[in-house]
Design a protein around this ligand. Structure first.
Ligand code: PPS
Ligand code: ADP
Length: 204
């Protein structure tokens, strides 16, 4: 059948399985979603550190950071958030194909957008981690002063204030406080590492 776009996939002789054997791990994406201030970036760093110490290759795609370059043209309106998430998922897919454990940490507030990302990956390779931290805790932390600005009406469409956040209904991992007590980020990272170990991602 004629290919309407005239684009044909070019196969390489070195494939994902070869790279995974070299790295002694399986490429995948850990997708960390949650409100601003919920601890996504902190857990992403602790996880990267924990895996690095075990000799595993990771790479973090942080929403804030990617918005400085690749996604600098995108705003926070719903279509742009969807495009932000789509591009990051496509980049994460390349990293996973490289055999790397890619850690994507971005608010990704819409369930539909996250499900579109999940569908890009083979079963099991998209590991969704929900930072289940109540809005009032995030707002009390407010390390960048953004909630304060949003409450004062100086930022419009801020997630959790005047823009929605849709929590996952069926994600792989939920990270939350123990009652009123915070859980140290290192402990949260260990929960994710145990999951990866159990599912066989830390070996080829
Ligand atoms: N309107 C609005 N809503 C939410 N967040 C805002 C907004 N404007 C700026 N910021 C800052 O941008 C960071 C979120 O970027 P993301 O790429 O993760 O967002 S999204 O996934 O496209 O929704 C987010 O970073 P984190 O605090 O690390 O989550 C904020 O610092
Ligand atoms: N597990 C935790 N317990 C207590 N405070 C935390 C925890 N994780 C992150 N924090 C603090 O919360 C604030 C927001 O963390 P950050 O990782 O920047 O969140 P996000 O990337 O979701 O916006 C920071 O000041 C950070 O030190």
């Amino acid at each position: 059948m004629e290919n309407p776009t005239n684009i044909v996939w070019h196969k390489s002789s070195v494939e994902k399985l070869d790279r995974q054997r070299l790295l002694q791990q399986k490429g995948c994406v850990i997708w960390i979603t949650g409100l601003s201030g919920s601890g996504k970036s902190t857990v992403a760093c602790a996880l990267s550190q924990g895996l690095h110490m075990r000799g595993k290759l990771t790479y973090i795609l942080d929403g804030d950071n990617v918005r400085h370059g690749l996604n600098r043209d995108l705003s926070f309106k719903a279509e742009d958030r969807a495009e932000n998430i789509r591009r990051i998922a496509e980049v994460a897919k390349l990293f996973a194909d490289a055999g790397i454990i890619c850690i994507a940490s971005l608010i990704s507030p819409y369930r539909k957008d996250r499900d579109v990302c999940r569908a890009l990956f083979p079963e099991g390779d998209f590991i969704e981690v929900f930072m289940d931290v109540p809005l009032h805790v995030c707002e009390n932390r407010d390390p960048k002063g953004l909630y304060k600005l949003a409450r004062a009406g100086k930022i419009k469409g801020f997630t959790g204030v005047d823009d929605p956040y849709e929590p996952p209904l069926n994600c792989e991992i939920v990270l939350q406080q123990k009652g009123r007590d915070c859980v140290p980020p290192g402990e949260m990272a260990e929960t994710v590492i145990s999951y990866l170990e159990e599912k066989g991602y830390l070996q080829a």
